[in-house]
Design a protein around this ligand. Structure first.
Ligand SMILES: [Zn+2]
Length: 386
């Protein structure tokens, strides 16, 4: 018997394995230039464990040193008008809610810096971002109000003062989230007015839907409302808001250093994960059956979205499920090969040479804009979402 893994959120030891997904590609957003390298891409074990105390889900077999965050990491969703509208509205909301006009914001895991540019547009005075995958050629603005350092944010940055800290779609990649929160608590010491905003995928939805396309190696942590709020409370913060965002896909947490006069949101109840593994397997089996039916009927199908969800979705369906194409609207993804699958990512226009009967849109929120793009190409396949 091996020892149960320690929960990275509450640091407790009452954890149990809920789902063993075997070996999966250690990266799903890295751009690979050829098919052989994509097929030979390194794999790592994905063993989802659940914590009985705080309800957090995490990959107990995760090895952080195996994941690559470099300039060839292509995570942006900003080619989607739907995402761009969400991103700009989020920046404006943060500036209003936390009175950030003219103030200084630090973003942890800022990617290509797009959100920092939006914060400046919404009235923020100056921004500092950290991301090892930042590309200076894609800097959001040239007026010196956004500085990005190509590095991880760590304990050595605790002395950097900011009025507000932002961390979006990053905490779920962090192997030791409590250590990051401890650093931030030190960064806020003596600055009672400091605020924080964190955005993560909502594991409550993943569990409720058995959303297997949202479980992949880069995400070592799966935050529920309870485990996310609990992480901040234990680290000395007061949670002042916990919002469901982007059609229920994301959780947005607002917090400030714990202190007098701050009203906390009620602590959420832990999530029941007992049926998660069965639900997930049922959904994988359902999709395998659907794709087998299409193939038997001579109907081709394509996947829309060449990022992490596609790698997880197609990886779970297995070798017999081969789409005619994997499409992405991000020109930087086109021409790259999906890790572990050896499938090329193509531009939407490529579908006109091989019109599919079905298109599986990896994120249901993009269904309408995908339908519009397809209509513009003279195509009208049946649209599905996982
Ligand atoms: Zn825990």
């Amino acid at each position: 018997m091996t020892e149960p893994a320690r929960c990275p959120v509450c640091l407790g030891g009452r954890t149990t394995l809920v789902l063993d997904l075997g070996e999966v590609p250690v990266n799903s957003c890295v751009q690979i230039d050829d098919r052989a390298a994509a097929l030979a891409f390194p794999r790592g074990r994905l063993e989802l464990a659940a914590c009985a105390d705080c309800g957090h889900l995490f990959n107990a077999a995760f090895a952080p040193e195996r994941v690559e965050y470099s300039a060839r990491y292509e995570e942006t969703q900003s080619h989607s008008p739907t995402f761009r509208a969400f991103h700009a509205a989020l920046a404006a909301d943060l500036v209003e809610r936390h009175r950030l006009r003219g103030r200084r914001v630090l973003e942890i895991g800022c990617g290509k810096g797009e959100f920092l540019g939006l914060l400046i547009d919404a009235g923020v005075g100056a921004c500092l971002g950290f991301d090892p995958g930042f590309d200076p050629a894609r800097a959001p603005r040239a007026d010196g109000r956004v500085e990005v350092r190509r590095a991880f944010y760590g304990p050595e940055q605790a002395g950097l003062a900011a009025d507000f800290f932002v961390c979006k779609m990053t905490l779920e990649h962090v192997h030791a989230p409590r250590a990051l929160l401890d650093t931030l608590r030190r960064a806020c010491a003596g600055r009672a007015g400091t605020g924080l905003f964190f955005l993560v995928p909502d594991a409550g939805r993943i569990v409720a839907e058995g959303a297997f396309e949202d479980v992949y190696y880069e995400h070592c942590g799966y935050f529920t409302r309870a485990s996310l709020a609990g992480l901040f409370t234990r680290a000395g913060f007061t949670v002042t808001g916990l919002d469901s965002l982007y059609g229920g896909q994301y959780l947005g947490l607002h917090a400030c250093p714990a202190g007098a006069g701050v009203v906390a949101t009620p602590a959420p109840a832990p999530l029941d994960v007992a049926a998660f593994a069965d639900r997930l397997r049922e959904r994988v089996a359902g999709w395998r059956g659907r794709v087998a039916d299409w193939t038997a009927a001579g109907q081709s199908w394509a996947v829309w979205g060449g990022g992490s969800k596609a790698v997880a979705f197609l990886g779970a369906l297995g070798r017999l499920a081969t789409p005619v194409a994997v499409v992405d609207i991000n020109p930087r993804r086109q021409g790259a090969w999906l890790p572990g699958l050896g499938l090329p990512v193509v531009a939407p226009a490529a579908l006109t040479r091989m019109p599919p009967a079905h298109v599986v849109v990896m994120n249901a929120l993009y269904r309408e804009e995908v339908a519009a793009t397809l209509a513009g190409l003279g195509l009208a396949p049946a649209l599905h979402a996982p």
